[in-house]
Design a protein around this ligand. Structure first.
Ligand SMILES: [Zn+2]
Length: 278
């Protein structure tokens, strides 16, 4: 049995603010250790349920946060930021299930820890086939395109609520509750990891009850940026239409091929932002 794990950082046990999740900041090194241990708990749960192959894809910031020598040796790992499927790099139809570890709520979710969607700087709202999605909803649709169900998501309680609406039957572990977007009340990481291990096992054993989501023959995505200049520049890409001031839309047969387009859009916004801010 093959399991794919995408690991973000904002939803890791105990972490609650930028100091915890940005490389070089005061608590980042402690944050990396906590992240590695949450991933290990998910891996141990997967092994408890009979997983034979586990692939971990780093999905936060520079996408090399895991302390490799402390990662459970049963897993292989994809590191590095520059990859076309981004947080879902490595997924294919050979996997039996996917886990999202350390995920966070979509942009604008009140009090959800460090909530944003792909880029706090550039993206205000992402709408996939008429429904607003966060990273979990978007990435679950990518897994769904390969017929892979997302069976476990860990993060704060607001994120758990979001994914339970998006992914019927998904198992969740709420390791903390956001008080504001920059503070939280957390379950002690040791106990949170026990919960992750237990739920990971249960989720995998129950995987036949969780369906892959978002399998559609045609897909449309709307991106509402934070600034009109981002939308203007992005609309110069072939196939991308400017809907109004800050919003663009594009279509694709499958969600998978949308991922590199979204990545390219974010790279463009980075360049435009340098022109705006000087
Ligand atoms: Zn992140």
């Amino acid at each position: 049995m093959k399991v794919f794990i995408s690991v973000d950082m904002e939803g890791i046990s105990g972490l609650c603010e930028a100091e915890d999740v940005i490389p070089g900041r005061r608590h980042y090194e402690a944050g990396r250790r906590l992240l590695t241990q949450d991933v290990n708990a998910a891996i141990e749960g997967a092994l408890d349920a009979g997983a034979t192959q586990i692939l971990v894809n780093e999905s936060h910031g520079p996408m090399n946060n895991i302390i490799l020598e402390e990662l459970h040796p049963a897993a292989d790992v994809i590191r590095g930021f520059f990859k076309p499927l981004c947080m879902m790099q490595g997924i294919d139809d050979s996997f039996d299930a996917a886990f999202f570890v350390g995920y966070h709520g979509k942009a604008g979710t009140g009090d959800a820890v460090l909530n944003h969607t792909l880029s706090g700087l550039a993206i205000h709202r992402l709408v996939l086939n008429g429904k607003e999605v966060g990273e979990a909803g978007l990435n679950a649709a990518v897994a769904g395109a390969f017929g892979v169900p997302v069976v476990l998501v860990t993060g704060d309680s607001q994120t758990a609520q979001e994914v339970e609406e998006d992914i019927p039957g998904v198992f969740t572990v709420a390791v903390k509750t956001g008080i504001t977007g920059l503070s939280s009340q957390a379950i002690h990481p040791v106990r949170a990891r026990e919960m992750i291990r237990k739920q990971a096992k249960e989720a995998l054993l129950s995987r036949s009850h969780v369906q892959p989501i978002g399998q559609k023959a045609e897909n449309t995505i709307e991106v509402e940026f934070t600034k009109s200049q981002f939308a203007t520049a992005v609309s110069w890409m072939s196939g991308v239409e400017l809907v109004e001031g800050r919003t663009v839309r594009f279509h694709s047969k499958d969600v998978v091929s949308m991922m590199p387009v979204l990545q390219a859009m974010l790279m463009i916004t980075g360049q435009v932002n340098r022109m705006i801010t000087g």
